[in-house]
Ligand binder design. Structure first.
Ligand SMILES: Cc1cc2nc3c(=O)[nH]c(=O)nc-3n(C[C@H](O)[C@H](O)[C@H](O)COP(=O)(O)OP(=O)(O)OC[C@H]3O[C@@H](n4cnc5c(N)ncnc54)[C@H](O)[C@@H]3O)c2cc1C
Length: 652
């Protein structure tokens, strides 16, 4: 990105001075409106006037400008937008951009964040290549195969096509969407605000709520896939069963199984495995599971035809899926008994499930750059702004309760919410107060989860499950609980990251065996020694577990993969794989950071760790660090394989 050149949109201007414009300006978010206004006007006086009224957004500060000041902003914005030529055409300087961001958020936004923010908010240039000259021609028969058409696979296809690569996606489902096609339990929804949890290159001004239902997220993914022609590159109802590296041709042989059970082998220069980090649901290991005579189902495999009306229902688990499903069915079932093994901290979220007012959607559609600035404000408070909460302060003496001052403050905030929502029920407050610090496992958003326990037909059971009986559940205190339906909201197998895929690399190496059930290691969570041109998306230790951001992580990884492919094509190389030394050094650096992170707190019980206590899912640094490290491959960290055959070439 060139210094001092921050463009802005001018296409819609000037706007008509209408009632809709005035109402929509009045309905907008204060921080996002101020930032948009200064971006468009360069009127820094408003920054100075608002600065004392914009406390730290990451610490939950609420803007408190006077009515007069707010009215002045609204009026200036109206005049700016409706006066021909009022918005200067010249791009803004980086220094002003930084000032707008820092005052807007009420805290410093360091320079190092700016390139990421410009890309991810849609305010600036996107996915810029690493300064190399224009891409050389790509061989005519060069093909990239992508496994899975979820959020990651769809974006991979889009970006591969933009870069000129021929690709095919193999998808076992009949539709794109992945998680959002699969997850159909009542109440399923996004718990990361979708104005950020969406593609940076496909902003959506029309989200109906700030945290949309799963179906709306799915519609967005289908729409995006259609817009970019991804569906025509996708082979549906087809499962990749295995991939094998061909030692002499330096290609992957990919075995796929079609819906009719027939197998065929496809060839690809590179395989991008986007089969999903959270797509393999599994039954919990509880004795007697097969004996149950009623209906049992998993939130990851919901049976829509099961009628829950008036039924005695057990809900096993208290994580994110349970917290969405429980409140959605509590009003319909006869009784709901929630079985809790260990508590989750519940974060009050004032916008969760709230509709986006029509006038705000109007602003997102019509006021230039407002949508981008709103996305920035959501990103900032939902991702790296949360990182300090997960970092242990060596000076802090919080025992089992907290790991730093910020973490303790968050605990107080969550506790206050718990006590307020469960007022008058000390028994519930006691049971639902976790014994570990906030963020030691995935946080749960409070979408009516806590108030649900106040219902007469809902009870909370904290005695452990001893086993499943033909008629229900026996707890460790010897009590038999009878149920018609047991719902397991017990999560997914994240640890066996190869799933059921057979991945055979160079010299017959077998990734499923090397990683086993819970010991995956990769370089940048993405490439693996011995597996040339194999890219394992959202792989080991790349999980953005301090905040929102699988979308950001996926886009960063896609960028990196395309940089790798470009390097190969430009240099006439066939394949690349990280050296064992580079992979080991990367993992040593990652694991060296873990003692500083909350997941290694003695009380932390989380699926981010394997059974030996090693954190295998999470990225222990900030998202901006991952983004920076994934701009381009460090060539010294890779071994290259020479091209073994002549190839025709075409221009991209
Ligand atoms: C209930 C639920 C709620 C979530 N909420 C959030 C949230 O609010 N915010 C957030 O950031 N993340 C959330 N997540 C995480 C979510 O999984 C990711 O954000 C994201 O959707 C992952 O996209 P993906 O494309 O990487 O994987 P997936 O969406 O899992 O897609 C993988 C695709 O690969 C296909 N596939 C798998 N194996 C094969 C094979 N062998 N052959 C062919 N196709 C195959 C699958 O059918 C699937 O379509 C949630 C997850 C769940 C389960």
């Amino acid at each position: 990105m060139q210094d001092g050149v921050i463009p802005h949109k001018l296409e819609n201007l000037p706007l008509e001075d209408s009632a809709a414009l005035r109402e929509s300006i009045a309905a907008t978010d204060i921080r996002a409106l101020l930032m948009t206004y200064v971006h468009l006007s360069r009127d820094e006086t408003m920054l100075d006037r608002f600065a004392p009224h914009l406390p730290s957004a990451s610490l939950g500060g609420v803007p408190d400008p006077s009515d007069e000041l707010l009215a002045s902003l609204h009026e200036r914005m109206r005049v700016l937008l409706t006066t021909p030529g009022a918005v200067p055409a010249e791009p803004m300087s980086l220094a002003l951009l930084n000032r707008i961001m820092s005052i807007g958020m009420g805290e410093p936004v360091e320079d190092e964040f700016i390139p990421l923010l410009l890309e991810q908010t849609g305010l600036g240039p996107q996915h810029e290549r690493s300064g190399r000259p224009a891409r050389r021609s790509i061989p005519a028969d060069y093909k990239v195969l992508v496994i899975g058409a979820g959020l990651t696979g769809i974006a991979t296809g889009i970006k591969l096509a933009e870069a000129g690569y021929a690709y095919e996606i193999i998808e076992k489902n009949p539709e794109v969407g992945g998680t959002w096609w699969n997850a159909r339990y009542p109440g399923v929804g996004v718990d990361t605000p979708s104005h950020f949890y969406s593609y940076s290159f496909e902003l959506n001004p029309d989200w109906t709520t700030y945290t949309p239902a799963g179906g709306e997220m799915q519609d967005y993914l289908v729409r995006t896939a259609d817009k970019y022609g991804v569906r025509t590159h996708t082979r549906f109802n087809t499962m990749v069963v295995g991939i094998r590296w061909h030692e002499t041709d330096l290609l992957w042989d990919v075995t796929v199984r079609s819906a009719d059970g027939t197998h065929s082998v496809l060839r690809a220069n590179a395989v991008i495995n986007a089969h999903g980090p959270i797509s393999r649901w599994e039954w919990p290991k509880i004795d007697g599971l097969a004996d149950f005579q009623g209906v049992k189902m998993h939130t990851g495999d919901w049976k829509a035809d099961v009628d829950l009306k008036g039924k005695r229902v057990a809900l096993v688990g208290t994580g994110a899926s349970a917290a969405q499903c429980g409140p959605a069915i509590a009003g319909e079932v006869g009784s709901l008994t929630v079985f809790m093994r260990s508590g989750h901290w519940v974060l009050p979220n004032h916008i969760a499930g709230k509709p986006v007012p029509e006038m705000v959607k109007w602003a997102m559609r019509h006021i230039p750059n407002y949508l981008e600035w709103f996305r920035f404000s959501v990103y900032w408070t939902g991702s790296d702004g949360l990182y300090p909460n997960l970092l242990k302060d060596p000076e802090w003496n919080g025992g089992d309760l907290s790991i730093s001052a910020a973490n303790a403050a968050l605990r107080d905030y969550c506790l206050h919410n718990l006590h307020t929502k469960l007022a008058g029920r000390p028994d519930l407050i006691e049971k639902l107060t976790p014994d570990a610090p906030v963020f030691s496992k995935r946080i749960v958003m409070d979408t009516n989860w806590l108030p649900m326990f106040m219902r007469d037909n809902v009870s909370l059971e904290t005695a452990g499950i001893e086993h499943i009986t033909p008629s229900g559940i026996r707890t460790t205190d010897g009590t038999d609980h009878a149920f018609d339906v047991i719902i397991f909201a017990t999560g997914y197998n994240l640890a066996r990251m190869t799933g059921s895929l057979d991945i055979i690399g160079r010299d017959g190496r077998n990734l499923g065996e090397e990683w086993g059930d819970e010991d995956p290691e990769a370089y940048l969570g993405l490439t693996v020694p011995g597996y040339p041109n194999y890219f394992h998306m959202t792989g080991p230790n790349s999980g953005p577990n301090h905040g929102a951001g699988i979308n950001l992580l996926s886009e960063a990884q896609i960028h990196y993969v395309i940089e790798c492919l470009d390097h190969l094509v430009e240099n006439g190389q066939a394949a690349m794989e990280p050296t064992q030394g580079a992979c080991d050094a990367f993992n040593a650096r990652v694991q060296a950071q873990m003692p500083n992170m909350i997941w290694t707190h003695p009380k932390a019980k989380t699926y981010y760790k394997n059974s030996k206590g090693k954190v295998i899912v999470s990225w222990p640094f900030r998202l901006v660090d991952y983004w920076r490290e994934s701009r381009a491959p460090q060539l010294a960290d890779y071994d290259f394989h020479a091209l073994a055959r002549a190839m025709e070439t075409v221009s991209p």
